[in-house]
Ligand binder design. Structure first.
Ligand SMILES: [Zn+2]
Ligand SMILES: [Zn+2]
Length: 346
């Protein structure tokens, strides 16, 4: 079919391309013990302060990369938020008070990392390896009420593929973010801190117990680090994903084992020290951290080469058949099962 270019992580391709299995698609509630790390009413609040001390949801200039701001390609200032009660006058977002999307729906996540030459190829079917809430939001629940901008989208499969640099290098001039900033090893996408209208998404959008929700093309995503991953019990956080420049994204704990602050990070929300990567290698390298201060995670790209999210979405949602990316090098094969038939492409 497609010669030389039919590349998509041939290993375990049959499983990779399996259909999503919304095992709990009826939205039946399970005990909270089923969640890997449930959100609770005692969850620590997030601080949404900007360098200026004004709210993240008010018109703060983002025309240059700077600590405590998001360097965004489209929005030069954040628009006013909805003024929800869970955002205090001092810009603290209370997760104890924030409305959450109910339900515990299970999915079959397919996430892979494969090294190929000078690239790290990361792919996913876009589905998380943890429970999600019930989407579209149910109008009989609090999160489905009109005043909370109910989410009309379902969660669906995406074919996500990122051809990242295996040995990324830093640039002295950071580049702006514009939507997708990375892929987490939960299988789901990580977006930047703003919603589609330039508001602080964490303050203004309604998420489920794992801090995610689907956008209009059904891609489930987070706007900050999900709490549904297993972090280290002591010391530095584990890696939870990859940014589109090839640098790792880690949980909230710095080298001291306590939650890192923006003051300890650069304008892109990262820093450099010896760290253990997802592949087990320990090396001194730049990496991002998710924490509880705006912009929460990647605030700009520090890497000198950034995968365009246009290329990520080139693979989104084909209905059947083999798929490939014209920008990816190398060769490979894909296996897909469809009902009782198996398709193999080279
Ligand atoms: Zn969103
Ligand atoms: Zn670190």
């Amino acid at each position: 079919m497609v010669r030389n270019r039919a590349l998509i992580l041939g290993l375990a391709a049959a499983a990779w391309l399996a259909s999503p299995t919304p095992a709990g698609a009826d939205g039946a509630r399970h005990s909270h013990g089923d969640l890997s790390s449930p959100q609770t009413t005692s969850y620590t609040t997030l601080k949404a302060a900007r360098a200026t001390g004004t709210a993240a949801v008010d018109g703060v200039s983002m025309t240059a990369a700077a600590q405590n701001t998001l360097y965004h390609c489209r929005f030069t200032s954040a628009t006013t938020g909805f003024g929800y009660s869970w955002v205090s006058s001092s810009n603290v977002i209370s997760f104890a008070n924030k409305v959450m999307v109910e339900g515990e729906v299970a999915w079959t996540s397919q996430y892979r990392e494969v090294t190929s030459g000078s690239n790290l190829q990361v792919g996913s079917n876009g589905l998380p390896n943890h429970y999600t809430g019930t989407y579209p939001t149910d109008s009989s629940t609090e999160a489905g009420q009109a005043r909370y901008a109910p989410n009309p989208s379902s969660i669906g499969t995406s074919r996500i593929f990122a051809n990242l640099p295996l040995n990324p290098t830093t640039s002295t001039t950071p580049t702006c973010v514009n939507g997708v900033v990375g892929i987490l090893s939960t299988g789901a996408m990580l977006f930047d801190a703003l919603d589609a209208d330039g508001r602080d998404a964490v303050a203004n959008e309604i998420f489920d117990l794992c801090e995610g929700h689907p956008e209009t093309t059904t891609t489930y995503h987070y706007h900050h680090i999900t709490n549904c991953f297993t972090d280290s019990t002591s010391g530095h956080s584990v890696q939870v994903g990859w940014a589109l420049d090839g640098f790792g994204i880690y949980g909230p704990k710095g080298e001291s084992g306590t939650t890192i602050t923006n003051a300890e990070l650069d304008e892109c929300h990262g820093h450099t020290h010896s760290v253990t990567q997802a592949d087990g290698q320990t090396k001194t390298i730049y990496h991002y951290h998710g924490n509880r201060e705006f912009p929460y995670v990647v605030g700009c790209f520090r890497g000198s080469s950034v995968v365009s999210d246009r290329n990520l979405y080139a693979l989104t949602n084909p209905t059947t058949g083999l798929w490939y990316t014209s920008t990816a090098g190398g060769r490979g094969y894909a296996i897909e099962s469809n009902a009782s038939q198996l398709f193999i492409g080279i």
